[in-house]
Design a protein around this ligand. Structure first.
Ligand SMILES: NC(=O)c1ccc[n+]([C@@H]2O[C@H](COP(=O)([O-])OP(=O)(O)OC[C@H]3O[C@@H](n4cnc5c(N)ncnc54)[C@H](OP(=O)(O)O)[C@@H]3O)[C@@H](O)[C@H]2O)c1
Length: 297
């Protein structure tokens, strides 16, 4: 039996990944905050060993000693699209300080394989290499930490730069939630001009990408870092994505396009970097929306 340690297992993607690994016969350990709600793991919570370490090296050493993972899937993160002054410390804490405790404990325990969730926003695109947001900047900074542990401790990691994900049971206040809420209230939704091109990936496809990344990480020599894009495979404008959502089940929703400005650092096109070998998305947007909305009560 293979053994995995998952961070972010109480989140949207991590809970599905942990459930999928458990269903495939992995011994799954999850490392979470003392305050984390295990609810999203659902019935699979019984087959996932949940650790809630204090934020000390000793506590993380104890997690690694108990889990003895072949691979760590690192999905825990704090996301904010545009940060407020209060968000800066939370971003640094969740996306750098907390996972650094884990990376350092991995080095002491000799755990050398990591699959890392990052974001397509690490580059603004259109020739601009800078991160699109402070959130994305912390994700890039975590990449520098990986470079140190790869060089000094032989860590090998496959990083996935994910575009937006969506799917059934998504609690996050992202695009489809906002559309659904506005439609339910019969409100006209104020949006940007809507010409930014998105390429959302269905949650099951994202989970498959993490599994493909794990297989790849397992075959890497020590000290190797790789990054790949994970996207839905068919970029469309925000207007087209909203149209696809409206078209699914004939949903009534009025949108005022251009009533809001673009974000100051809007990513206008999906990433065009290398895609993850051995993986391709299976669920197109229309089918994904049907699966997502059909699963709602
Ligand atoms: N979903 C997307 O569209 C998307 C797109 C690009 C990249 N990603 C990346 O994919 C990963 C998973 O995303 P998601 O959407 O599933 O996230 P999510 O639903 O917001 O879940 C975040 C997870 O991270 C945990 N976490 C946050 N701060 C933590 C801390 N300080 N210590 C320990 N755990 C902490 C949360 O635990 P609590 O339960 O305690 O809050 C939760 O389990 C993230 O790394 C994200 O950056 C996601």
């Amino acid at each position: 039996m293979s053994r995995a340690l998952v961070t972010g297992a109480t989140g949207f993607l991590g809970s599905r990944l942990a459930r999928r690994l458990a269903a495939e016969g992995w011994e799954v350990h999850a490392v979470a905050r003392p305050s984390s709600d295990a609810g999203p793991l659902g019935p699979a919570a019984g087959s996932v060993v949940l650790h809630r370490p204090a934020e000390t090296p000793e506590a993380f050493d104890a997690v690694l000693a108990a889990a003895r993972p072949d691979v760590v899937f690192h999905l825990a993160a704090c996301f904010v699209a545009e940060h407020s002054p209060q968000d800066a410390a939370r971003l640094a804490d969740s996306n750098l300080r907390w996972p650094l405790l884990l990376l350092d404990a991995m080095a002491r325990a000799g755990v050398r394989r990591l699959v890392n969730a990052s974001t397509a926003w690490v580059r603004l695109g259109a020739g601009r290499d800078e991160p699109a947001s402070l959130y994305a900047a912390t994700k890039r900074a975590f990449g520098e930490l990986l470079r140190f542990y790869a060089s000094a401790h032989g860590l090998s990691a496959v990083t996935l730069e994910l575009t937006d994900t969506y799917g059934p049971g998504d609690p996050r206040r992202k695009l489809f939630t906002l559309l659904r809420e506005a439609a339910a209230r019969g409100e006209r939704l104020a949006m940007s001009p809507g010409e930014q091109r998105l390429d959302p990936v269905f949650v099951d496809d994202a989970v498959e990408a993490f599994l493909a990344a794990q297989r790849r990480a397992a075959g890497l020599p020590d000290g190797r870092l790789e990054s790949f894009c994970v996207a839905g495979g068919r970029p469309r404008t925000l207007r087209e994505v909203v149209e696809a959502w409206r078209g699914s089940g004939g949903r009534a929703l009025e949108v005022s396009w251009g009533a809001r400005p673009y974000r100051a650092r809007e990513v206008m096109a999906p990433p065009d970097g290398p895609t993850l070998p051995g993986w391709s998305p299976r669920v197109g947007l229309e089918e994904g929306i049907r699966l997502m909305e059909g699963a709602r009560p």
